[in-house]
Design a protein around this ligand. Sequence first.
Ligand code: NAD
Length: 504
Amino acid sequence: MVTNTEVKELGHFINGKVVPGKSGKFSDVFNPSAGSVIARVPLATKQEVQLAIETAKKAFPAWRALSVGKRAEIVLKFRQLLTERMDELIELICTESGKTKEDAKGEITRGLESVDLAINAPHLLKGEYSVNVGGHINAYSTKVPLGVVAAISPFNFPVMVPLAITSMAVAVGNAVILKPSERVPCSALFLSELWQEVGLPDGIWTVINGDKDTVNELLTNPSIEAISFVGSTPVADHIYATGSKYGKRVTALGGGKNNMIVMPDADLEQAANAFLGAAYGAASQRCMAISTVIPVGEDTANQLVKILATKIAKLKIGPYTDAEVDFGPVITQQSKDAIIGFIDRSLDEGATLVCDGRHPEIAENSKGFYLGPTLLDNVKPGMEIYEQEVFGPARNVVRVETLEEAIQLINEHELGNGVTIFTNNGAAARKFTTEIEVGMVGVNVPIPIPVGYHNFGGWKRSKFGEGHMFGPDQVRFFTKTKTISEKWFEEHSTSTSSFAFPSN
Ligand code: NAD
């Protein structure tokens, strides 16, 4: 395990073991809470990626041939071991991402929902069967694995996203190559250890570390059948376009700009509490974080902003080692600088500061990448901070007069990941859920992340491709359908040729 005091040289996980990188190129992995380098992760060469793919390809036929029950048994053992070693994994997530321990535990728990679904592969892979569709022919459809598939994950969920986009792929019989974010590779390598310990055959789970060059080799290599990607919208767009061009099945989840409408009838105290956690939790580095609150009516806005200002002033930021903190640092110094830039420019564009988190007290005594909670009022469509995803604790208030206006604003935005409404009015909630053009919708639920057995994914430029992360779509995405028509002749039966198109 990586501790704060050593700089460890990481490797790749290929053919059942950790192997050192050969490129001589590395990326620094930080402990964002301390601002220190804890590890160096190798950036794979094209040849290393090709070797990983070839190894996976060789391992695939035997894994596919294993009974689905045996495969599920290995996934079940993986789940048990992961639960046993959860504390180590929490420490690792916190160290490399800066999350609080409670938050890291939450992400593992949500990730386990995907593992649980994968354990049900024997049930989920049951096919369709029709007896005597005509001429004593029986027809049946089976779902068969694709082969070697790639999963590419972002930094903000070092464990939940890898589990969500690989567990079912493994269980249904594929060989999986994970390219984790170069910012948080330690957690992915830890998962490799667990897979190895529970007896997953070598080559079925690979971690190849690297950056965009590594990803581009996965996107274009003819032996990769499918790509499951989660990350920012510009990269998701590129992954979908390139992967599809090279004939692969691609699902690419992108960023979010998630809104919370607060109706005049809502309990403002409840709405404010819900906003705080959903907006600032994990230093706002969640694709489903609320970035904008839209109070309906001037009175609602004035009261809500007042309550928020008081509550935000009490939030505590700091390192994960302090159990009292509400959220930790952002992932890198570059990220911190970029967020400050967004805030500065929004003020030039006419936004007003309710709470200024640009210079938190802790930043004076720590090299960690800390930013306090910022709340900007009078933000308007067209401003950069309204239009773009800001992956850090700078949140907006956009004032509107009616629910219709709020719905229209949200529908006109290019991103459509998550959204929520706080209200006690059933008719308003019904209008909202019916008319809103967003993939994941909440009513009095601040972060409407579907549970692991439902499909997860946004609309518009928050998701490219047909599949979803989590849920039954994972089975469809990682398998292809084979439909077999079968007839058995009785002994000495006779037959004739027919030249008409077969019909029942
Ligand atoms: P990112 O897009 O920078 O990186 C994601 C992955 O893509 C990483 O593995 C990275 O190495 C690789 N990558 C980066 N640039 C690339 C390029 N030009 N070509 C090919 N590959 C490239 O995202 P991030 O900063 O690690 O994560 C944060 C983003 O992910 C946010 O936008 C967040 O909203 C999004 N996200 C979305 C979801 C969702 O479910 N929709 C979930 C988590 C995170």
